[in-house]
Design a protein around this ligand. Structure first.
Ligand code: SF4
Length: 263
């Protein structure tokens, strides 16, 4: 197959994967309905297309390549430090460290509280069901998963998926700060109460339900707190609030808000 043909096929796969994720998210999120059959949705929802692009992006200018290469190397160095870390008790129960992954110079960094069981096995942040929903949320914003960076406050899975303790988060936080220093995002999306508590000290009566949708700051970067995808898997009605929060992020970035089809 000619190179140009290969590029066209890959682009179509990307478009179909993003379109499928977008449609499903809009329908589940209850902001609109689609006159589209489940069979078509299933055909479009090819998971092999949702997580990776088969053809690399066009070559960048040499200066940008240097920058990307340098950032990638710095992130890899942090990941190696994480892999060797035994600073808190979480290192005893981990299978793999989960430093986070994605674009080395993203507009947005998504931060959860800690790795879940699937992430502990794969070493990839948000790799299970919650991760699939996060991918759909990202697609609904008009991004691909590899356009953003995804990580957690703590890099090792707490046993039984419990929330990381404040001391564990505080011991691990320097890794996230180092990552943000390299990534230099325009915005952070804090996913869930644990991530929020790891990033920002709030008054006792202020939790994720009260502060979601309001801009906060961490390390000089704007932070939008919203619900964790796991919360949405339990209570789908929360999706409309998350979509409002993600639209605020798009407005902050000066990006267009994808159209919502009314029911
Ligand atoms: S959670 Fe963070 S601080 Fe604790 S062992 Fe893992 S990398 Fe180190």
């Amino acid at each position: 197959m000619a190179e140009s043909e290969s590029k066209v096929t890959a682009s179509l796969d990307e478009v179909l994967a993003d379109l499928s994720a977008y449609i499903e998210y809009q329908v589940e999120e209850e902001v609109g309905t689609e006159p589209i059959s489940p069979e078509v949705l299933t055909a479009l929802s090819r998971p092999e297309n949702a997580f990776e692009r088969t053809v690399p992006d066009a070559p960048l200018e040499s200066a940008a390549v240097d920058s990307v290469t340098e950032r990638t190397a710095q992130l890899a160095a942090i990941a190696r430090e994480v892999a060797a870390c035994t600073q808190c008790p979480l290192h005893r129960s981990r299978s793999k460290t989960v430093p986070g992954q994605g674009n080395p110079h993203p507009e947005i960094v998504f931060v959860g509280g800690g790795p879940l069981a699937d992430d502990d096995e794969s070493g990839v942040a948000f790799s299970g069901r919650a991760g699939l929903l996060l991918t759909r949320m990202i697609a609904a914003m008009g991004f691909a998963r590899e356009d953003v960076f995804i990580c957690n406050v703590v890099k090792c899975r707490p046993p039984e998926n419990r929330a990381p303790a404040p001391q564990e988060m505080s011991l691990c936080l320097p890794f996230l700060k180092q990552q943000l220093n390299v990534l230099a995002p325009k915005a952070i999306v804090a996913l869930g109460a644990t991530a929020l508590n790891g990033l920002v000290v709030l008054p006792e009566d202020q939790g994720i339900t009260k502060v979601r949708g309001s801009w906060l700051r961490f390390e000089g970067v704007d932070v939008m707190p919203t619900f964790h995808p796991d919360d949405l898997l339990i209570n789908a009605k929360m999706k409309k609030y998350v979509w409002e929060d993600l639209k605020s992020v798009l407005r902050k970035l000066g990006r267009p808000i994808p159209p919502v089809r009314k029911a």
